[in-house]
Write a protein that binds this ligand. Structure first.
Ligand code: SG4
Ligand code: ZN
Length: 290
């Protein structure tokens, strides 16, 4: 039952069994944009996504990813061409060992540094466990995450001096972006350092989900697929938004380097503790840009 992402290892993706090996609609996939078919869909109805609930959330390192468990019976997703109403139970992150990989889905073979999945189950079933094996059991909303790289104006002594100046910083997004690099909707990432080991968990203050999604949600890719981890149940109606969201390099490294998870390729093993520092070999920055 043990599984990990260690490529070539005994528990790695090539050795995931059952539906993972024999399934006919396995996720993730590369989205070949030119091969997609255009279809009109109603807008998503995201119930309570703009509201901050009273109940705390739980941030968990489950040994496979960083998960935020949400209060029951609160967040609901419908519309968007989904059949029925789906209750959002958690969201979790996928990331990589370097910034050129990490997302599970790829768009025209391009991987993003991370991908967030909002997992909801069809409320016609009693709970997520009952929904899991059903073909219409789950709906997952996937969002690509990009990183802002910040450069400071060399007319200032250092980044701290440059920070408050109107011409102090330049931010390179994958599409050139003006604006702040820190994404406040993803503030919870600062607590990742409290759950560095598998099975660590901590309560965190509730926050709104809607600002975590791309502002423009009218373009998305839809296909019927599976869970991306064992047992790879083929029960997921996938939505992958075309627009990405952006977080800062600091926010990204806060989880990608600090979380001890036995994964490679899709998630790498890092043994660095939150406040530790280590020298690493230099490498070129230009290839990290599009
Ligand atoms: C990650 O391993 C999550 O930690 C799992 O969440 C999740 O399983 C699994 O990915 C597969 O989900 O959207 N990537 S995915 O297809 O949501 C489920 C938990 O184990 C059932 C809580
Ligand atoms: Zn996922």
């Amino acid at each position: 039952n043990e599984w990990d992402y260690v490529v070539g290892g005994p528990n790695g993706p090539a050795n995931w069994n059952g539906t993972c090996a024999t399934g006919k609609k396995q996720s993730p996939i590369n989205i070949n944009v030119a091969a997609t078919k255009y279809q009109m869909m109603p807008s998503f109805v995201l119930k309570n996504y703009r509201v901050k609930p009273e109940n705390e959330y739980t941030l968990v390192n489950n040994g496979h990813s960083l998960v935020v468990n949400l209060p029951a019976g609160y967040f609901k997703v419908s519309g968007g061409g989904l059949t029925g109403e789906f209750e959002t139970v958690q969201f979790h992150l996928h990331w990589g060992s370097s910034n050129d990989k990490g997302s599970e889905h790829t768009m025209d073979e391009k991987a993003y540094p991370a991908e967030i999945h909002f997992v909801s189950y069809n409320t016609k079933y009693a709970n997520i466990s009952v929904a899991l094996p059903e073909s219409d059991g789950l709906a997952v909303l996937g969002v690509f995450i990009e990183i802002h790289f910040v450069s400071y104006n060399t007319k200032y002594a250092n980044i701290s001096v440059a920070l408050p100046k109107s011409d102090g910083l330049a931010v390179l997004g994958v599409f050139i972006e003006v604006g702040g690099d820190y994404n406040p909707a993803y503030e919870f990432l600062k607590y990742a350092k409290n759950v560095t080991e598998a099975s660590n968990k901590t309560s965190i203050m509730p926050f709104k989900l809607e600002p975590m999604l791309p502002e423009t949600r009218d373009k998305f890719f839809r296909y019927n697929g599976s869970l991306t981890t064992p047992k790879c149940d083929e029960s997921v109606t996938w939505t992958v938004f075309k627009d990405s969201v952006k977080i800062s390099e600091t926010q990204h490294s806060g989880f990608s380097y600090n979380i001890n998870i036995k994964k490679q390729e899709r998630i790498q093993v890092y043994k660095i503790k939150a406040s530790n520092q280590t020298s690493i070999m230099p490498f070129k920055l230009e290839p990290m840009l599009p």
